[in-house]
Design a protein around this ligand. Sequence first.
Ligand SMILES: [Fe+2]
Ligand SMILES: [Fe+2]
Length: 272
Amino acid sequence: MLVTEPGEADLFAAAYRVWRQAVRCGTWDPAAVDLSRDRDDLRRLPEAMRVYVERFCATFRNAEENVARRFCPWVMAVPPIWPQAVFSAQLMDEFKHADFFERYFAEVFGNRSFESGQMHNPIHDSLAARECRLFEVLNGDSEERELRLVEAVTHYHALIEGVQANAGYQIAHDLFARKGLLPGLSEGFRRIRQDEGRHVGFGLRLLRFYIEKDRRYGLRIREMFEEYWPLIRARYGQPMEVNGRTYPPPEEERGVERLAFFYHRRLSGLFG
Ligand SMILES: [Fe+2]
Ligand SMILES: [Fe+2]
């Protein structure tokens, strides 16, 4: 493999290790997760908790489908071949995650749909524009392509996955997995979280390479973290309206606190 820049050999070696890990450990089957106890558990939950869990999962379902559908230009923009191999494995992972939630809704929740207003998630809603910008520069000037890639990985890996989704996994753990409830859903989240650990880990590794390469990339990443914080925080800590009733978030959520924790953790993972 042709190495042309300082730090590139280390980046490619790291990418190869993550790729091997994805091949060895990333091929679980959403159809094999045992969901047989979940429907009974769900029926026994207090109403406010049941509503919250369903809505929480509906947002994850939307998010997984959204990232799976949009990820192709990220795969095309990242340097070949091992970073590209890692992103290719991630593309399949995201479809696996979407597959798990599709199945869970069909077999456990029933396929109720939510009004689009209830599913508003601004950091995800802006991913379509990010996808378009990345597409536009795929065959263009290499500096422009690099900047767009840095922005796209910051948006997707550092903020959506590294902050918002990670806060969600902790909430899932405290709401039901830790209590031994909804074992099928807990197992799905456990598997997804493992995959996401690889995605976030490599995304941050890639960003650190670009931060070292050119300080302007670091400035742009910091700027995006500031710009997106209000959008990220809107995700949790909100009451929800379902069928004309308002439900406050459960006490265990502590969503904004968890989001802030991961936000600072990702920043220090990038800049020390
Ligand atoms: Fe995912
Ligand atoms: Fe992911």
